[in-house]
Design a protein around this ligand. Structure first.
Ligand SMILES: Cc1cc2nc3c(=O)[nH]c(=O)nc-3n(C[C@H](O)[C@H](O)[C@H](O)COP(=O)(O)OP(=O)(O)OC[C@H]3O[C@@H](n4cnc5c(N)ncnc54)[C@H](O)[C@@H]3O)c2cc1C
Ligand SMILES: *[C@@H]1O[C@H](CO)[C@@H](O)[C@H](O)[C@H]1NC(C)=O
Length: 429
């Protein structure tokens, strides 16, 4: 990892360079969602179901849903072990996990509650006991019931479950509620629930204006261009009463569109690489295996995860990247070149894996894919919660809401249905 002082935020707004000028809207809708990742889709689904008389449209710049962070993650349904109590990450992960298992069960989405072991080296035993106490104490605000089942094991008990574990492992936590899910099947199911007429792909938002006229309806004019025409089609504009910004890595750029520059929200990016473990089945591992998280690290540690076919992969590691400090997002996603996996990460990843699974050799590991965490603070920033930000076009009347989902890193996939409930039932109302 590079020294932290070298990590600078990217400060940008969609139309910072002024390429697009205001256009009057040519049509109007009730709810516009920007971003067809798992979070935007879950919110659109909830709006379509809960407000059938509203016009709801979701726009996504790529030609299909979920091409960014939502398809570049571990596909783990998290139990909610680590997050500080009463935070959005904690509450929405626990609620979201229950809603997600229930949804997958009812809609025949492939998932498996395979459980996970968090394993500790001798010098981490005090820490893993503290993590056990923390997880055991968690409950939702609406209930006194323990919400995160967890069991403390000795090293031998853990090895009895997973014989491939290192003899150095001195203690472990068993989380029976952790699982894996087919995130693509999940998003396809959300798309079916939403319905084709509400989904507009290959549509990129390029400018946002606040509308607040004394006699008019407060709201937002959102300008967009088609990304599937080589000629670069004319921009169009739509008026929306409610605007939901679920643009993932690009979400701060959308919110910054409506803020004075001194209030711009900074974006930080932490890259996470995955490797496939060739011949991983010979390890005979049946559950997810996580090392103890290292304090101050941006992730949960390079862990073993598997897909529903039983293929084993390791990741994600943490590599902070700087994408210039200022500028227009323009056409490009500035992080795009960082999505190519590289051999460079293999050695460090192997070193991390070796501490708990000595049977994995460097030659078993092949670079697979990369995901980028949308961070709101840099390496020294400590714990940051999900942010669900509300701006209103007309503050006095409280009308014309814009909801921004910021810093939706892990456990955003697990939390998606709970985030949607909160946004639609609590924030938009
Ligand atoms: C390495 C890694 C591992 C993870 N592992 C897990 C895990 O195991 N379990 C878990 O629960 N969570 C995990 N997460 C978190 C999870 O993947 C994310 O929280 C979730 O996918 C975020 O979804 P989203 O819809 O907010 O964002 P995205 O999936 O990024 O979707 C945002 C969409 O907005 C679109 N967009 C952006 N700007 C514009 C614009 N101007 N116009 C139109 N469209 C636009 C983008 O094209 C994109 O499709 C992980 C994340 C990372 C990075
Ligand atoms: C939708 O509109 C119909 C017809 O006007 C009305 O009967 C119904 O109550 C409305 N539904 C909701 C959820 O507002």
């Amino acid at each position: 990892m590079r020294p932290s002082q070298a990590i600078r935020p990217l400060l940008s707004a969609l139309n910072a360079a002024g390429k697009y000028s205001f256009k009057p809207p040519s049509f109007s809708v009730d709810n516009l969602i920007v971003g067809g990742g798992v979070v935007g889709l879950a919110i659109a689904r909830k709006l379509v179901i809960q407000r059938p008389n509203d016009t709801t449209i979701l726009v996504e710049r790529h030609s299909t849903a979920g091409q960014e962070t939502s398809s570049r993650n571990s596909e783990v349904v998290h139990a909610g072990i680590y997050y500080p109590s009463r935070t959005l990450k904690s509450i929405l992960c626990i609620r979201g996990r229950r809603l997600l298992y229930d949804y997958c069960h009812k809609n025949h989405i492939p998932y498996q509650k395979i459980g996970k072991l968090i394993v500790a080296l001798p010098n981490q035993v005090a820490e893993i006991k503290a993590l056990h106490d923390h997880a055991s104490s968690l409950h939702l605000p609406e209930s006194q019931e323990p919400a995160v089942p967890i069991q403390l094991l000795t090293g031998d008990e853990a090895r009895a479950m997973e014989p491939a574990l290192s003899p150095d492992i001195a203690a472990a936590l068993w989380s029976p509620e952790t699982g894996i899910v087919d995130s693509h099947a999940l998003m396809e199911s959300f798309e079916r629930d939403i319905g084709e007429t509400s989904l507009s792909y290959s549509t990129k938002v390029v400018r946002i204006d606040r509308i607040n006229e004394p006699r008019g309806k407060p709201g937002w004019v959102v300008q967009f261009v088609a990304t599937d025409t080589s000629s670069g089609g004319e921009p169009q504009a739509v008026y929306t009463r409610s605007l939901i910004n679920a643009a993932g890595l690009g979400a701060p750029f959308l919110t910054n569109e409506i803020l004075p520059e001194h209030q711009w929200i900074p974006s930080y990016f932490a890259r996470g690489s995955y490797v496939t473990c060739h011949g991983g089945r010979k390890l005979g591992v049946k559950r997810l295996l996580y090392p103890m998280p290292v304090k101050g690290m941006a992730g949960l540690g390079t862990h073993l995860t598997m897909d529903l076919a039983g293929n084993i992969k390791f990741g994600p590691d943490v590599e902070w990247i700087t994408l210039g400090t200022k500028g227009e997002q323009g056409d490009n996603e500035p992080w795009k070149t960082w999505l190519t996996p590289s051999e460079e990460r293999l050695n460090d990843m192997h070193t991390a894996i070796q501490t708990y699974l000595p049977g994995v050799s460097p030659s078993d590991l092949v670079p697979d894919y990369v995901g980028i965490r949308p961070k709101l603070a840099g390496p020294d920033g400590g714990f940051r919660d999900f942010v669900i930000r509300l701006d209103t076009a007309d503050k006095d009347r409280g009308e014309g809401k814009m909801v921004s989902l910021l810093g939706i890193e892990s456990p955003g996939l697990t939390s998606s249905l709970a985030i949607a409930d909160m946004v639609v039932s609590n924030v938009l109302h």
